[in-house]
Design a protein around this ligand. Sequence first.
Ligand code: SME
Length: 147
Amino acid sequence: MSLLAEQLDALLYNETDQIANLANASALLNEALADVNWVGFYLYHEQTDELVLGPFQGKVACMHIKNGQGVCGTALKQQKCLRIANVHEFKGHIACDSASNSELVIPLFKGERPFGVLDIDSPSFDRFTAEDEATLCEFAQTLMKHL
Ligand code: SME
């Protein structure tokens, strides 16, 4: 397990409150990752088929994203991680913080059911490597064990 996933596992030990765990997971990522300007969660609401803003670190952000829209909604719909080197070239990208230039979105599932996404933005172009993606996927899997 990566150090980051181990730190999360220890941090969330014996805590089952969902908001508390998501809030501390976003704070841990914000501390640990260099060169990021927004880190947080959007949570899936089945009734409205949309993502709603959850715990995060960063500037105020849009609160509702339709499933399939933006980088977040597309990652959820396609059920795959999206590592976007230049968000301005992503058709339908939703600009919340104008400082964001690259983005990594990891869809989260509880078993088969969509739970939400982990969204990380950077002011640098092409900030996220394949290795970052693997580390953050493992981080997300560790998080889901605590939710
Ligand atoms: N850029 C995202 C929206 C969320 S903000 O980056 C916090 C998107 O296109 O889905």
